[in-house]
Design a protein around this ligand. Structure first.
Ligand code: IMP
Ligand code: MG
Length: 179
């Protein structure tokens, strides 16, 4: 697994430090409120678990799954809900938690969909922002790191369901996905 990594982009320590900072920022912004964190499966799970523990106001968690890349490395533009929420978001302060925003198509669709369910507020928190290939505007309230246009893996992010358990964010060797 480690042999497929070109280089480490963000170390375990860098991730941990930045997540504590974002957690503190969110804690201050939501003082006196409760947050419903909505994680986008499956990539956001590791980030969400660490972020939730860095937030000191009450937090409820729920998950959504939407269709994504499959085994490829670029977005199809087709977004489909594979798993919907278990909770009702009406009147709640929703914080959508994503691993990475690339074209923006997934989040753009998801946020429009969630807005139609009348939450009290809705904001986006992403660990990684890859703006080079953005196709639609996404309003990001909390961003961990802006990164260049490489295919990255680890800390929840996969290529063909592999590498999610690497504790750092690494750049995948292109020969792994090009033949
Ligand atoms: P978007 O709709 O193009 O913004 O893509 C969002 C989704 O694509 C993310 O939630 C990831 O699941 C996946 N994705 C985009 N870039 C990468 C990457 O570099 N590594 C792993 N997954 C990625
Ligand atoms: Mg994702």
């Amino acid at each position: 697994m480690i042999n497929d990594v070109e280089r480490v982009l963000l170390s375990e320590e860098q991730l941990a430090k930045r997540i504590l900072e974002i957690g503190a920022e969110i804690t201050a912004d939501y003082a006196g409120k409760e947050i419903l964190m909505i994680g986008v499966l499956r990539g956001a799970v590791l980030f969400m678990a660490d972020l939730a523990r860095a937030i000191k106001v009450p937090v409820a968690i729920d998950f959504m799954a939407v269709s994504s890349y499959g085994a490829g490395t670029s977005s199809s533009g087709v977004v489909r809900i594979l798993k919907d929420l278990d909770e009702n978001v009406e009147g709640k302060h929703v914080l959508v938690v994503e691993d990475i925003i690339d074209s923006g198509l997934t989040l753009n669709y998801l946020v429009d969909n969630l807005k139609s369910r009348q939450p009290a507020s809705i904001k986006i928190c992403t660990l990684l922002n890859k703006p080079d290939r953005r196709k639609v505007d996404v309003d990001i309230a909390y961003n961990g790191f802006t990164i260049p246009d490489h295919f990255v893996i680890g800390y929840g992010l996969d290529y063909a369901e592999k590498y999610r358990n690497l504790p750092f964010i690494g750049i995948l060797k292109p020969e792994v996905y090009q033949d």
